[in-house]
Design a protein around this ligand. Structure first.
Ligand SMILES: Cc1cc2nc3c(=O)[nH]c(=O)nc-3n(C[C@H](O)[C@H](O)[C@H](O)COP(=O)(O)OP(=O)(O)OC[C@H]3O[C@@H](n4cnc5c(N)ncnc54)[C@H](O)[C@@H]3O)c2cc1C
Length: 337
C-alpha cells in the first residue's frame, strides 16, 4: 500500500520528533510520524508491570527528570505544570555521601511517568507505532519512505530523529547520497550506552531525600551513575520500584553478559542505598543513551538531494530540553525553506 501527499514525514516519536510535528501541523502542514517502538516516547520511557498486590509497578527507565534553561522549553514545562502533568521534584540530588547538593535549579518529573508527556505531545497528531522505517530514497520532488511492513510513504520533506548512526543506515539502505561535509558532520556524532536495572523492592528504599542519588560512577571505581526511587518520585504509588543506571564503562564491558550477572553486580553496587529484599528485577540495555559528541547546531538541514533535516538530542544541547529545542529548530527550518 502507498500513502501519498505527506508534506513532512517524521521518523521517531520521541521528544524531538513530536515537538517538530506539533509545530509543523499547527502551521497547516500534513505531517505523519512513524515510530518503530510499541509505544511512543523513545527514551522518555516508562514501564509498567502488574505486581502481586494487584497494583501496578511503574518505572521511568530512560530519562529520569528534566531541567529548563531556555524560555521556549520553560513555556512548555509551565504548560505541563499548569495542567498537572509535571511537577517540580527537587532542586538537586544527593551524591555518594548522601548529603543533598541543592543548586536552586528545579528538576522536574512527570506525574504519571515520563512517557505520559510524550503521549501529551502526540495528542491530535498522526503517529503510527510499530512502524519501522527501512529505507529512505530520493525521488522526483521529495522522498520515498519504505516501511518494514513493505508499504511506502511519499513525502515532500523528511525529518530524521533516531540516533544518527541509525538515520544514516536508513539513507544508505535507500541509496541516498549526502554531500561529503554533511555526512562527515553526522558521522562525528557519538553516544554512550547505558544499562538500566529496574528493581521492585519489598519495602521502601533507603535512598536519601528526594529519593535519588546522582553518582560520579566510574572515575570512583563503582559502576553506578544514578539510583532513583520511582515510588518516592510519585509515579509508582502501588509498588516500591527503583531505577538503577550504570555508567558507560560498565555497560560496554557487560553488554553481552547474562542478565543475572548484570543484575547481581548492579544490585551489589546499589546495596548501600537499597538494603531491602528484592522482589523482582529487569535489565534494559540502551545502546544510544546520551550523546557524547554532539553537532554544534540545533539541527542539520540539507536540500540535497531533497529537503531533509536531522534533529534530536545530539544536535545543539543534549538531554530532553536539547531534544525539544532541536525538534523546534528543525520545524522552523522546514517551514522557512
Ligand atoms: C538511561 C537514560 C537516562 C536519561 N536521563 C535523562 C535525564 O535524567 N534527563 C534528561 O533530560 N534526559 C535524560 N536522558 C536523555 C533523554 O532521554 C533524551 O535526550 C531524549 O529523550 C532524546 O529524545 P529524541 O527525540 O532526540 O530521541 P529518542 O527519544 O531516542 O527518539 C527517537 C525515536 O526514533 C525511533 N526510531 C529509531 N529508528 C527508527 C526507525 N527505523 N523507524 C521508526 N522509528 C525509529 C525510536 O523508536 C525513538 O522513539 C536519558 C536517556 C537515557 C537513555
Amino acid at each position: 500500500m502507498t500513502h501519498f501527499n505527506v508534506d513532512c514525514l517524521i521518523t521517531g516519536a520521541g521528544m524531538a520528533g513530536l515537538t517538530a510535528a506539533r509545530i509543523l501541523q499547527a502551521q497547516g502542514l500534513n505531517v505523519v510520524v512513524l515510530d518503530k517502538g510499541r509505544g511512543i516516547g523513545g527514551r522518555m520511557a516508562t514501564r509498567w508491570t502488574d505486581n502481586d498486590a494487584g497494583g501496578r509497578a511503574r518505572y521511568d527507565h530512560g530519562a529520569q527528570f528534566f531541567t529548563a534553561r531556555d524560555a521556549a522549553f520553560q513555556t512548555q514545562v509551565d504548560d505541563w505544570l499548569a495542567r498537572g502533568l509535571a511537577k517540580e521534584w527537587a532542586r538537586g540530588f544527593s551524591g555518594a555521601s548522601g548529603q543533598p547538593q541543592h543548586d536552586g535549579h528545579p528538576r522536574y518529573s512527570a506525574v504519571n511517568g515520563m512517557n505520559s508527556l510524550a503521549r501529551d505531545l502526540a495528542r491530535d497528531l498522526a503517529v503510527t507505532t510499530n512502524a519501522r522505517v527501512d529505507s529512505i530514497s530520493p525521488q522526483e520532488q521529495g522522498w520515498r519512505v519504505r516501511r518494514a511492513q513493505g508499504d511506502h510513504h511519499t513525502a515532500a520533506s523528511i525529518l530524521l530523529t533516531p540516533p544518527v548512526e541509525q538515520s544514516l543506515a536508513l539513507l544508505d539502505a535507500g541509496a541516498t547520497t549526502l554531500a561529503d561535509d554533511t555526512r562527515a558532520a553526522l558521522e562525528r556524532i557519538s553516544y554512550d550506552p547505558c544499562m538500566a536495572l529496574l528493581v521492585e523492592l519489598d519495602a521502601p528504599s533507603r535512598l536519601p531525600e528526594p529519593g535519588a542519588v546522582q553518582l560520579r560512577g566510574e572515575p570512583l571505581g563503582q559502576p553506578l551513575v544514578w539510583i532513583g526511587d520511582n515510588h518516592r518520585k510519585g509515579i509508582s504509588p502501588d509498588a516500591f520500584t527503583v531505577t538503577v543506571h550504570a555508567g558507560p564503562e560498565f555497560t560496554r564491558a557487560h553488554w553481552d553478559a547474562p542478565h543475572e550477572i548484570i543484575a547481581q553486580r548492579l544490585l551489589q553496587a546499589a546495596n548501600d542505598w537499597l538494603r531491602v529484599p528484592v522482589k523482582r528485577w529487569y535489565v534494559h540495555r540502551w545502546r544510544y543513551s546520551q550523546p557524547v559528541v554532539t553537532h554544534p547546531d540545533a539541527c542539520l538541514f540539507t536540500t540535497q538531494p531533497a529537503p531533509l533535516a536531522f534533529a534530536g538530542d545530539a544536535f545543539g544541547s543534549s538531554r530532553l530540553e536539547g531534544a525539544f529545542l532541536s525538534g523546534r529548530a528543525a520545524a522552523h527550518l522546514l517551514l522557512n525553506r
